[in-house]
Write a protein that binds this ligand. Structure first.
Ligand code: FE2
Length: 428
């Protein structure tokens, strides 16, 4: 058989031996220890480097990306000032403005191997300008990236004028998922109603749910339990994601124990956002300052599916970032104390297989015969080294087509006695 692409000597995550991977008509058609006799239009010897399925950004705000400093920088760095600045920027959003920034940021993510993105879109806008723009973007980027859009009520479903109607309109226009923001509603009761409304709307439109939930340090913010209870009530197991859940960081352990079991039972996914969580939470603390990120390690141990998002890239909440999910994973490793050897292996899952479960794309995701040939070649031999080095994504393939390439940086040190110097490889 003549293949289109043949990858030689690839390392797969959690597999000891090297394999050859054959691709034909955009699909993986053979994965074996040695396909040396095979011929292909393009043969690529990756020399033992790690080959993984695409990274997934399970939570980002493409309507707000790349707006940092517009109309002003966030002086306090807080979540609330970020929301205030965003409300000042929102009236000047235009269709072209949103599309250009979103398309640019998607290029950043694709260049670094992220080929699936779930974006929340603020629908607290009577014109739904950002949503209309991102619906077009979702269609336009299909050759490089699969985009899911969540109807996200930044200013509340009940606390914003016509919030319910705007959410419904967003779903009618074609949002993939229903969102929510219970902890931000004016009262506890309104927060509970926010969740109930999201579930009723999801049932009506037969859609999945992804709510910003308990994104605060307030240990009294307890809406994730409402999401879990509604999941069981509606039979929506596996279709619901609670994003952020930073209050879980501050719950007492007895309550957290109860909640973890409930989330596992309801098969609610949790998405943590290490950059924004550590930057935005703990802002009312003196010392010690809480990290804010949810209990990733404990959730995993309890059998809850956890994934990561970048959340912000140069916006009013997080001024930095370049859309690199591997960097987000490395930060999560630090913040969540997942530095045990096996835990480091698990961290890679947070931006790959676990996230695929959140987005419910497992039918077409993974390096397996019969699935689309979507994969990355990392300039590292293992997950351990990938998380240590955050190396270049040398080759990014989608459907058997190479859609991005990166040439790794090269450092040279020259001693006084050396004219040409020696390359530094950063390997012991
Ligand atoms: Fe968010």
């Amino acid at each position: 058989m003549q293949y289109d692409v043949l990858l030689r000597h690839a390392r797969l995550h959690r597999r000891a031996d090297l394999v050859d991977i054959a691709i034909k008509d955009g699909m993986f058609v053979a994965i074996a220890a040695d396909l040396a006799q095979a011929t292909a239009t393009r043969a690529l010897d990756v020399e033992g480097r790690l080959v993984v399925p695409p990274f997934i950004d399970a939570h980002v705000h493409l309507d707000a990306v790349l707006t940092v400093g517009q109309p002003r920088y966030n002086a306090t760095g807080t979540l609330l000032e970020g929301i205030q600045i965003w409300s000042e920027r929102k009236p000047s959003l235009t269709h072209t403005d949103v599309k250009q920034r979103a398309l640019e940021e998607i290029r950043w993510e694709v260049a670094q191997g992220t080929l699936y993105i779930r974006s929340h879109v603020d629908v607290c806008d009577p014109n739904l300008t950002a949503l209309r723009a991102l619906l077009e973007v979702r269609q336009e980027v299909r050759d490089i990236c699969e985009l899911q859009l969540v109807a996200f009520p930044q200013d509340g479903i009940l606390s914003f004028p016509n919030g319910r109607e705007l959410m419904r309109k967003a779903m009618e226009l074609g949002c993939d998922l229903v969102g929510g923001i219970p902890h931000y509603e004016w009262t506890r009761d309104m927060g509970v109603e926010d969740v109930h409304y999201a579930f009723a709307l999801a049932k009506e439109f037969q859609r999945d749910i992804d709510c910003h939930c308990d994104e605060t340090d307030d240990p009294q913010s307890r809406f994730t339990e409402v999401m879990a209870a509604d999941t069981l009530e509606y039979g929506w197991q596996g279709r619901v994601t609670a994003s952020h859940c930073t209050a879980m960081h501050s719950y007492d352990n007895a309550y957290a124990f109860k909640l973890l079991r409930l989330l596992a039972r309801a098969q609610v996914n949790v998405v943590a956002n290490p950059f924004d969580n550590v930057v935005l939470q703990g802002r009312f603390d003196t010392y010690p300052k809480r990290r804010g990120i949810t209990r990733v390690k404990e959730l995993l141990a309890a059998g809850v599916n956890v994934a990561l998002g970048h959340d912000s890239i140069m916006d009013p909440w997080f001024p930095l970032g370049r859309g690199d999910m591997l960097a987000a994973a490395q930060l999560a490793l630090f913040l969540c104390h997942m530095s045990g050897y096996e835990e480091i292996q698990d961290v890679l899952d947070l931006i790959t297989t676990n996230a695929a479960k959140v987005l419910r794309v497992q039918d077409r995701y993974g390096i397996e015969v019969g699935k689309p040939a979507d994969f990355l070649v990392l300039d590292a031999p293992s997950a351990f080294e990938a998380l240590r080095l955050v190396p270049a994504r040398l080759h990014v393939f989608k459907g058997g087509r190479e859609i991005a390439t990166t040439t790794p940086a090269r450092s040279v040190v020259r001693r006084a006695s050396e004219q040409d110097g020696q390359t530094v490889h950063f390997h012991p």
